[in-house]
Design a protein around this ligand. Sequence first.
Ligand code: ACO
Length: 327
Amino acid sequence: MSSDRIYSRIAGTGSYLPEKVLTNDDLAKFVDTSDEWIAARTGIRQRHIAAEGETTSDLAYHASVRAMEAAGVTAAEIDLIVVGTTTPDLIFPSTACLLQHRLGANGCGAFDVNAACSGFLYALSVADKFIKSGDAKTVLVVGAETLTRMVDWGERTTAVLFGDGAGAVVLKADTETGILSTHLHADGGKKELLWNPVGVSVGFKEGEKNAGVAIQMSGSDVFKYAVRALDSVVDETLEANGLDKHDLDWLIPHQANLRIIEATAKRLDMPMDRVVVTVDKHGNTSSGSVPLALDQAVRSGQVQRGQLLLLEAFGGGFTWGSALLRY
Ligand code: ACO
């Protein structure tokens, strides 16, 4: 039954992974680690690495073209582009502006959202509000990262975790179905537990080309906070919609660590065959991970139209968030 309510419906999904694959065994040739350790602690078996000169906006472009094709939408129809990324090509212009120009979507609004690994959920939430307010009818939402560019390959506790990739969705205004709610949270007080402490107004070193730019993380603290925050946001999402956990068809989580994913699935009483898992093949692609997983699930035929999907993510900031949608 139709209503006056406006939803943001996912009209098409797309994703892109760089060609080069780095397996755990490849990694163990230059990092003091092993396939056994990485797989047991994280579930990761391999990750994709952007080629030299391949940028975040390149990955975003390929993912976007696929999403637009799937949605049957041309560049001229796009009213707004929102890119979640923490690894932009440049400090400015934004990756969204670079993407807009390459797509030929001239004139529409375009901006980036930086919420680390929650970047896609934040971008999706912003885009949803633009559609619900009537300010936009068609929005391209992207999560894209070249995170391995800021990995210290000598630091085995972080080097094994990350990969590069991008995912995109085209949202269209719809009166029938789509995003039911989004929920965003942050706790800036925990910044040192997961961060890259270099920036324009802090830490740029004179005469050096951004030397020492690398992710730093307190792994076990991040693990504990992530599980707690995700438990709380999935409860909040179900409650806000008056739904029971057993109503969900799919959990599409941020792909950081299989053990974190399993903890959320347990909370939701969901068998793992209704949880989309790509972390084994992609590693942690930060903002790219949720739309990459969604696109894979759509294209493989796992996710079907009409099903209820719960998307969630947790990342540096800390930031975390969720989206509940009827696909
Ligand atoms: N290879 C082999 N050994 C390693 C490696 C490695 N890559 N890294 C650490 N070790 C060793 C440590 O030196 C330590 O050895 P010791 O016992 O002799 O001192 C041992 O393994 C255990 O180290 P811990 O850091 O305690 O290992 P833990 O079980 O906590 O696992 C991990 C580490 C995988 C990082 C885990 O804490 C984690 O997944 N945390 C979540 C972090 C995360 O996912 N961050 C991504 C960004 S945030 C997000 O997206 C959610």
